[in-house]
Design a binder for this molecule. Structure first.
Ligand SMILES: [Zn+2]
Length: 248
């Protein structure tokens, strides 16, 4: 694409350069805005993981309570059987019956001991698990608070970024209004497709955007400032920097 007979071409090129600086700033802010949902999601994921750990610990406590209740019920039943076995032992008729009854009682006592140990062990487990749970709940509360705080900060940042974009877009209008409508349309069309650069310098006959040689006739016209051309290979608008590089 070529544009000839543009009024005050150097001023338009200057305006496009400034426009592009603003547009690149807007691009960076939009990228930051785009990163924010991911930051929030990471916080929510951490919180969900924390909640999952708490739920697992709670389930382990519930299970220990269940085992303890079952052992207690078995122990209660065992006591009734011990009482019955004692009755039997008192009414034995012979040695054989005595041996059988006393063996049964011995087994019941053994069983009672096992159940009592199990109940005690469950109690110890529950105590330890409950202590763990308290710690995890404290961590969860902290994760929740930090998530809420970050959430508030991020939404504050979000409206702040939007404010920056709004003012940059207002500033953008100052420059875009001075650029020829067709040139601006080309710049706006090419820029998003070309890494955010719609206008690039041409140095030594090459397009800085894609590094391809610009046809000499085009380069001449660009250099003279008589016309605005877009690069035949990347379609970015080309200009030649007129300022002499600053010397250190
Ligand atoms: Zn190019």
């Amino acid at each position: 694409v070529s544009f000839t007979h543009l009024t005050n071409l150097p001023a338009q090129v200057k305006a496009l350069e400034q426009l592009q600086e603003i547009d690149l700033k807007i691009d960076r802010i939009r990228k930051d805005q785009g990163d924010m949902p991911a930051a929030l999601k990471a916080l929510d994921d951490t919180l969900a993981k924390s909640k999952g750990t708490v739920a697992l610990k709670q389930a382990a406590i519930d299970e220990a309570h269940k085992i303890q209740r079952q052992a207690q019920a078995a122990l209660d039943m065992n006591r009734d059987r011990v009482a019955r076995a004692s009755g039997k032992l008192e009414s034995v008729q012979n040695t054989h019956e005595y041996q059988a009854a006393s063996k049964e009682q011995e087994q019941l006592h053994k069983m009672a001991k096992t159940l009592e140990d199990q109940i005690k062990k469950c109690g110890v487990d529950i105590e330890a698990l409950t202590k763990d749970l308290d710690g995890l709940n404290a961590q969860l509360a902290q994760a929740q608070a930090s998530r809420d705080e970050q959430h508030g900060k991020l939404s504050g940042q979000s409206s702040n970024l939007q404010g920056q974009i709004d003012s940059l877009q207002a500033e953008r209008k100052k420059f875009s209004s001075t650029v020829d409508a067709r040139v601006l349309a080309t710049y706006d069309r090419v820029r998003p497709a070309r890494a955010g650069l719609g206008i690039v310098p041409s140095i030594g006959g090459r397009c800085v955007g894609c590094n391809m040689m610009v046809p000499p006739q085009l380069f001449n016209e660009i250099q003279k400032g008589s016309a605005l051309h877009s690069c035949p290979s990347c379609h970015r608008l080309l200009y030649v920097k007129t300022e002499t590089p600053a010397t250190a």
